[in-house]
Each structure stands twice: as C-alpha cells, then as structure tokens.
Design a protein around this ligand. Sequence first.
Ligand SMILES: [Zn+2]
Length: 320
Amino acid sequence: MRTAIGVDLGGSHVTAAVVSDDGAIHAQHEQDLDDLAFASVVDAVAAQVTEALKDAGSPVAGIGIGSPGNIDAASGAVLYSPNFGWKDAPLGEAIRKRFSVPVFVGNDARCATLGEHAFGSGRGTSDFVLLTLGTGIGGGIVAGGRLMLGHCWGAGEIGHHQIRPRDGFMCGCGKIGCFEAQASGTGLIRHAFAVAASFPRSDLLDVGRNKLSSKKIRKAAQAGDRHALTAWGNYTADLAIGLANVIAFVNPETIALGGGVSSAGDFMLDAVRGPVDALTTMVPKGTTAIEIARLGNDAGQVGAAAMVFRGGLSGDAVGA
Ligand SMILES: [Zn+2]
C-alpha cells in the first residue's frame, strides 16, 4: 500500500497527515499559524511534514499541499492569495528544497474536490462537482474523470458567479450577489439579518457578532423557529439557483455539498431538490444527484494526498 503526506494549509493553521492510497488517514499533526509571512508558513509546513514523515516510517510517494489562492499547479507557486497576502510565492519550490520526494501544490478547494471524487461521494463518477458551504463557497469540477483546471488555474470558482446582482449581499470579491455571498454559511447569517425586521420579538440574533454562527441559525430552523425558517427558506432558494446553474454548465452525475451548513443533511437536501428540479430546464431533469459530501474536515488532507497518487491535480484516477 502506498502512502503520501497530505497537507491542508489554511489561514489559521496547517495540518499534515499520513494518508494511504485507500484514502485512510493514519496520523495527523497540526499547528496554528501566528505569522502569515511566507518564510514562517514554509517553516510551519516543513515542521508538520517532518513529523508526519516520522509516522509514515517507510518511504512516501510524495507530499501534496492544498493552499488557498490561485495556484500554478505545474510549479506549485501561489500566484495570488488574499488569505495570506502573497503574490507569486514559490511554495512548491521552497518545500522541494527541504524534502527529497515529489511535491505537488494545488488550490485547497480543488484538492478537496479530488479527495471527495476519489474516496467520497464522487467515487465511481466521471462528472462530479463539490461545493463546500463554509465561510465562503469552495468548489471544484471533475469532467470526464479529470479535475478541470482552466486556462489560468481558475476553473471551479463557482462561488463567484452572480445570482443576485441587483438585490444581493456584497461579496468579499467586490461583486454583489455572488453565489458565495448568498449561499455560504456566512450567507445564511446575512439572510437572517435581512429578514430580522419581520420578526421583532425574535431573539435569534441576540448574541455578540463573533458568537453568531450559521450553525445557530441552521439548528433553530431545524427546531422550527419562524425567524430562522424564513431565513433558511431564502437561503435554500438562493442555493437552489446556484445548483441549477452548475447543472446547466456541466450536468454532473453528482453534486456533493460539504461544509458546516451541510450538516443539516436531509433537511437541506429536501429543501433544495424540488426547486433545483424546477429550475433545470434544458438539461434532462433528475439526471444530477445532490448529496452530502462524505469526507468532512478530512477532505483537504485526503485530497492533497490524492493529488500525489494521481501525479497532479488533473492526473488519472487513483488505482486506474
Ligand atoms: Zn464574489
């Protein structure tokens, strides 16, 4: 059995895991990132990879790193990352200098898509989309068995297609009404604020701003709270618009929904499947399954390792 080191690099921490080619995680090391300067982050990644390599014991197939930002997957350079404030940061090259095994770097959402396709809800499909509904919406598209990278590594930025350009929420990217602004976990909170005036006696939003979470609103909706249910209805209506658009673009066999909000499971799927069907016009209805992603928080590390096993983000399927 082959193993690889899968690294999930986020804006607040780095996790390195030993992953075998059946997608199982055998050991995991994590550290917080206090300093986001490039040299400090490289040191932190190298330190966690070193720990993971000790656990791996036998030689590994390589090191895969999933990082936020627009990434040149050929060289492993982070071309642009708002999370880190980096431009043209040679992450792959810096890690290659320290370890004598192949090193691959890819966008974190694309890596998660690869992981979910290889070992999760996309297993066995040749056309698959993952959407992670968290602070933002991360995504990736597998078409004909290969992850789409795009002309300049930008394919799969599904979160930034506009669904409400006139009356939507402001997106972090500067546009109004992006899918991410409307249908991420943050979007659910914004929907709760947007309808708050209709529920003057509701205490749903009566907590400090930093304590307000999409989880609180989701749980209140599941418990039948009217304010939360109204927000949830508007939220899932916007989510359905984006899902139907994705179906129109790529008609995948499966769209998997991950991230915190997707913990709602059937409560979410039941709310979106009907509206998505109604909004699906030219593509044959019912030909795309909408499901909950299976790998959870492990998708990043497992996907980064899958990138190693496939010999790159758009390589062949594991074991194929
Ligand atoms: Zn946007």
